[in-house]
Design a protein around this ligand. Structure first.
Ligand SMILES: Nc1ncnc2c1ncn2[C@@H]1O[C@H](COP(=O)(O)OP(=O)(O)OP(=O)(O)O)[C@@H](O)[C@H]1O
Ligand SMILES: Cc1ncsc1CCO
Ligand SMILES: [Mg+2]
Length: 269
């Protein structure tokens, strides 16, 4: 429970530092990701050209790679940016969108995980399972899967990938293969707005920019994110996903360290 306080303090550190987060992300979520990072108090930039990605990655506080709408040129740029970030000691956060759905996604994600030192890999349970060659239901992830299984999956993935793994869902699990934290905050409406997972990954990037302990950064980021979602649902949830999306951006801006301290639910397992 000490992480509650620590997480709250990290939120303040992000807002004070206003870290530059370099995203190479998908075309669906680009605008939402930039606005979400701004609402948090970070400084987003999207840059994809191979002529500039290495330079931009070195400038950044964190680099976020997301293969949601990947293509060959973008993958090449991701590897260049990733290498530059690794050289400069900039944390790299990876979102393996849709891994397991196609061979191209699976091969690309594994190639990135092999060639780039990743600080955090954030995905849903199916994506994380497919990262390590395990089968998982792509649809209906929650059906028939106890949370114990997700914890075990996260630990196996963290050990195999050699990074911190964050599996999001009804509860979020964060582990480095040893310590395990489960975040209970969030709201089902998050699943009715596209890109809430992708934005969660970029928010982890913003926290990783100010905290080198990637477990702490991911736990703090996801707790803050879930608390903001609960606030947005209370505000606009009755009206539906569109109003919730707008209220969520507002809540990302208005959620304070004190709110996180009061309503964050983090459990060490
Ligand atoms: N049933 C749920 N109840 C509460 N919160 C949820 C639920 N499902 C997901 N979330 C939250 O939604 C956010 C996005 O996680 P999710 O696992 O849906 O990502 P994703 O599958 O990568 O989404 P996308 O690909 O649309 O970006 C996380 O903050 C997570 O905690
Ligand atoms: C809908 C969709 N398709 C590719 S990426 C994306 C956004 C959620 O990751
Ligand atoms: Mg996703």
């Amino acid at each position: 429970m000490s992480h509650r306080y620590e997480g709250a303090e990290l939120l303040e550190r992000v807002r004070k530092a206003n870290p530059l987060v370099h995203n190479i992300t998908n075309v669906v979520v680009t605008n939402f990701t930039a606005n979400g990072l701004l609402a948090l108090g970070a400084s987003p930039v999207m840059a994809y050209a191979k002529e500039e990605v290495a330079e931009m990655a070195k400038l950044a506080g964190a680099l976020v790679l997301n293969i949601g709408t990947l293509n060959a040129a973008e993958v090449e740029a991701m590897l260049m940016a990733g290498r530059a970030a690794n050289e400069a000691g900039v944390p790299v956060i990876f979102d393996p969108v849709g891994v397991g759905a196609t061979g191209y996604r699976t091969e690309t994600a594994r190639c990135i995980a092999e060639q780039i030192k990743l600080a955090v890999v954030r995905g849903n349970a199916a994506e994380i399972a497919n990262m390590i060659g395990e089968r998982w239901m792509i649809k209906g992830v929650d059906a028939g899967q106890g949370n114990g299984d997700v914890v075990a999956l996260a630990k196996r993935a963290a050990v195999e990938l050699g990074t911190v793994v964050a599996i999001t869902g009804k509860e979020d699990v964060v582990t480095d293969g040893q310590a395990v934290y489960v975040v209970g905050n969030g709201h089902p409406l998050l699943t009715k707005v596209t890109g809430t997972g992708c934005l969660a990954t970029s928010v982890i990037g913003a926290f990783a920019a100010v905290e080198r302990d990637a477990v702490k950064a991911a736990v703090a980021a996801l707790t803050y994110y879930g608390v903001a979602a609960e606030r947005a649902a209370a505000e606009a949830g009755e009206r539906g996903p569109g109003s919730f999306q707008a209220a969520f951006l507002d809540a990302l801006a208005h959620t304070t360290a004190d709110d996180v301290k009061r309503t964050g639910r983090v459990e060490q397992r």
